[in-house]
Design a binder for this molecule. Structure first.
Ligand SMILES: [Zn+2]
Length: 332
């Protein structure tokens, strides 16, 4: 019985920067067979290659459809990278289908002169994350961090790790791209459950359940703990207070803070003005019943009011930038 898989590349597919696949002998109809080093967990069949999921100079990942319509992610790259990644997947089989996508194995094709072209065959799990970690809901940050912690506990130190190495499907996540993964040495003893701590603003540095520098720094990078601070316009840290909106509202209130024609604001000034701005907006929403959508149409105006108040408290004249001057504006 034939061990060959027939890849039928739908042409034309979008062009890629990675020419490796077009060098396959017979392209767009190519024969690939399982590699000898690892078992392959699908029977030989025709795979329809219908789209490109991702590509860069070194790698291209195609969407393949099995005869029963199971979706596959077919990753082509050079033999060294694919071998390293298949080895990492194989070593952590216990994480397949929970932390990592399921791996079916590796297939080998050949170019016209017989040089091997390898293909890593994975379950197609959703799509790559398109939002920055810091912009995700805290519950979603917790799920991703718990996956990373599970990988660590199993001994896998995924490298590289970033937004580009996380795929999402129906609010569940998998880590991908194990080309440079390492062993977690010494073993990771992290047991802190991020999902169980979604309400927490802080963590004690000595918490014995959270003693892995790498995991902790990823959690800080994602701003999982706010340490009692709101962050406005991505840069201004302001102490939380019951007079200020919660972070998920602050995230919708980004505006220019520290804008004037004749004043150089230092960060302390920007924090003070930012706090005034948020207090003004929150009062509009909580005391005057304004909806967020309506408040959002007036952010520059509220920023103007905050600047004006701050300068007045210092007995200074506020000279707004052109376009930020609302001195003649009267809200309805
Ligand atoms: Zn760790």
């Amino acid at each position: 019985m034939s061990h060959f898989f027939t890849f039928l590349f739908r042409v034309p597919l979008p062009s890629t920067h990675c020419p490796v696949v077009e060098q396959l002998n017979g392209y767009p109809i190519c024969q690939l067979r399982p590699g000898h080093d690892y078992p392959f967990h699908l029977p030989p069949q025709i795979i329809n290659v219908v789209d490109i999921l991702h590509s860069n100079e070194r790698t291209v990942v195609y969407l393949g459809l099995c005869e029963d319509n199971t979706e596959l992610a077919l990753k082509f790259s050079n033999i060294e990278d694919i071998s390293a990644e298949v080895g990492a997947y194989d070593a952590f089989e216990g994480l397949h289908g929970t932390v990592l996508p399921k791996m079916y194995g590796a297939l080998i094709g050949k170019d016209r002169i017989g040089k091997k072209i390898p293909c890593l065959v994975l379950e197609r799990f959703g799509d790559r994350l398109t939002r920055r970690f810091g912009d995700l809901q805290k519950t979603e940050k917790a799920k991703i961090l718990n996956k990373l912690a599970e990988a660590h506990r199993a001994g896998l130190f995924p490298l590289p790790f970033s937004e580009r190495h996380v795929v999402v499907k129906d609010d569940d996540y998998r880590l991908i791209g194990l080309g440079c993964a390492e062993r977690h040495d010494p073993p990771c003893c992290w047991t802190y459950d991020f999902t169980a701590h979604v309400q927490d603003d802080d963590i004690k540095p000595t918490d014995p359940s959270a003693q892995c520098g790498s995991l902790k720094s990823w959690a800080e990078y994602m701003r999982f703990w706010d340490h009692g601070k709101l962050i406005l316009s991505r840069t201004i840290l302001i102490s939380k207070s019951d007079k200020l909106p919660p972070q998920h509202i602050v995230d919708r209130l980004s505006t220019a803070i520290g804008m004037s024609s004749d004043h150089d604001y230092i960060m302390t000034d920007r924090k003070q003005i930012g706090a005034k701005y948020l207090a003004i907006v929150w009062e509009q929403m909580t005391k005057h019943g304004m909806l967020l959508e309506d408040v959002q149409k007036l952010l520059k105006y509220y920023s103007y009011l905050a600047h004006k108040e701050w300068h007045e408290e210092r007995n200074e004249v506020f000279v707004p930038l052109p376009g930020m001057n609302f001195s003649a504006y009267k809200p309805r």
